[in-house]
Unconditional design. Structure first.
Length: 193
């Protein structure tokens, strides 16, 4: 794992804990009572990059990804039921809920490429599309934020967009860069093509 992770993890925890929108999201997902979960991907990237750019208001979120791992119930019906619960708890949040244990069942039909069954939530987070977004904070029963970052936090805090070859092709990655408009939204970002 890249060096300096403890210090960067502390920075992420501090940014998340002081966020008026992220902490309620963590609390809401914790309220679902899932055994293995996190909030990850773009919501975490936006949170950190907005902070590092000194933005007083958060970027408009495409969604807040609540990821969990439950092999016994990998059907999409449960994801939708949990999304409705989160929407009832925090109506203004664009929730997306995904059981990572079921991604291999629908990924090829949705994105055009197969994905092997994942073994755990950490395995799933490690496969997310960019290293900067392969990060998932969670909140325990005592209110302590824990961070899952299988590839470390260097890219997130260095504001580097770098393809994770585990799951995304170069063509899809380049298309994503255009769609996401990273450099337009966060001028300090470095994109590795």
């Amino acid at each position: 794992m890249p060096g300096g992770n403890e210090a960067l993890e502390g920075r992420l925890v501090s940014i998340a804990a002081s966020s008026p929108w992220f902490m309620p999201c963590l609390t809401a997902v914790r309220g679902l009572g899932l055994a293995s979960w996190c909030i990850g991907a773009g919501a975490v990237r936006d949170l950190v990059w907005d902070s590092l750019h000194g933005m007083s208001a958060p970027s408009a979120l495409a969604d807040v990804d609540a990821a969990y791992f439950e092999p016994a119930d990998a059907g999409a019906g449960r994801d939708e039921a949990l999304r409705r619960q989160l929407t009832a708890a925090l109506p203004g949040v664009p929730w997306e809920v995904t059981n990572q244990a079921g991604v291999h069942l629908w990924c090829e039909a949705c994105f055009g490429h197969p994905v092997a069954a994942l073994a755990s939530l950490e395995d799933a987070v490690a496969s997310w599309l960019e290293y900067a977004t392969a990060v998932g904070p969670t909140l325990d029963a005592d209110g302590i934020i824990h961070v899952m970052a299988p590839h470390g936090l260097d890219d997130l805090f260095s504001m580097v967009v770098r393809r994770n070859p585990t799951r995304v092709s170069l063509e899809t990655y380049r298309r994503r860069i255009q769609e996401k408009r990273y450099a337009e939204r966060w001028p300090k970002v470095t994109i590795i093509s």
